[in-house]
Write a new protein. Structure first.
Length: 129
């Protein structure tokens, strides 16, 4: 059995899709080595999005740490331990909610004045843990 400690370090905004109410998140995490992935997620359900992000990170880690050469089931079992899991889900949920509010502001903007500043503001949002 292998135990992997997973710690999310930072989440930022990649691309955003206002018509689809979706955003691409850049997730920097550490599992013994620093890694970064891009994950598309909807912003309609922040809590669900946070749980989905965490479950996809777990699936990725299981895939990365699976040992095909070992014949034993126990040797292939990977336990993913997430640092402060409940607090992490809550923080990601709040971040996705904030992103949703910013996208809503951009969608409701009717004139061009300040539009690019709003986009820059959205792109600069980060969650550092």
């Amino acid at each position: 059995m292998k135990i992997v400690s997973l710690e999310v370090k930072k989440i930022g905004i990649g691309k955003f899709f206002p018509k689809e109410n979706a955003v691409e998140l850049r997730i920097l995490f550490n599992d013994g080595a620093d890694r970064e992935i891009l994950k598309n997620t909807g912003i309609d359900d922040p809590q669900g999005a946070a749980e989905h992000i965490l479950s996809s990170l777990r699936k990725l880690e299981k895939k990365l740490n699976k040992n095909e050469k070992e014949g034993s089931i126990i040797d292939n079992f990977v336990n993913i331990v997430v640092k402060d899991e409940e607090a992490l889900i809550e923080e990601i949920s709040k971040f996705v909610y904030r992103v949703g509010l910013e996208i809503e502001k951009i969608n409701s903007k009717k004139d061009a004045e300040g539009y690019l500043d709003m986009i820059r503001s959205l792109k600069s949002l980060k969650l550092e843990l």
